[in-house]
Design a protein around this ligand. Structure first.
Ligand SMILES: [Zn+2]
Length: 159
């Protein structure tokens, strides 16, 4: 039963906790595991809007259309999705770029007027961008170039 039909679940008065992209940690050819909107069961969602309500235990994960109705805010949720979608596009473009090997043997990316230099030492990767060293990705040391590129993107995209 879709929750819109469940009298125990409030239709309005929800507050936004956050919006997540289920594709955020999916790289290359891996499949994104879409979710179904918990409220209508119709929307197959990549961008999950997480909402809470004072009269509902825990959080609910819904699609954009339901989120708009439940918070009565028709601006924030589409904006959140647009922001995440734009970031996903920027990341895809970033990951497509070719790095070249410098005369010192490091891998270098020259992108949008910026330089990122990747260094591998004893199986551990790091890179330097705007005089800042990046040695980890999500708190883990970096042991391959593919992961280094993801960490580099996060640093590059923070600006
Ligand atoms: Zn829905």
């Amino acid at each position: 039963m879709a929750r819109w039909d469940n009298p125990g679940i409030p239709h309005k008065g929800w507050a936004l906790v956050g919006c997540v992209d289920l594709g955020e940690d999916v790289y290359g050819d891996d499949e994104i595991e879409y979710e179904t909107c918990e409220m209508c069961h119709n929307e197959k969602i990549r961008y999950v809007h997480i909402l809470t309500h004072p009269n509902y235990p825990g959080a609910i994960r819904v699609g954009c259309d339901c989120a708009c109705k439940m918070t009565e805010d028709y601006v924030t949720h589409p904006d959140d999705e647009r922001r995440l979608r734009n970031r996903a596009n920027r990341r895809r473009n970033f990951l497509k770029q070719e790095w070249y090997r410098s005369t010192k043997g490091n891998l270098v990316l020259n992108y949008k007027g910026e330089y990122i230099t990747a260094v591998e030492k004893h199986g551990r990767w790091s890179c330097v961008y705007r005089n800042r060293w990046i040695n980890s990705f999500h708190g883990q040391i970096i042991t391959d170039f593919a992961t280094l590129k993801l960490a580099a993107f996060d640093a590059f995209d923070e600006e």
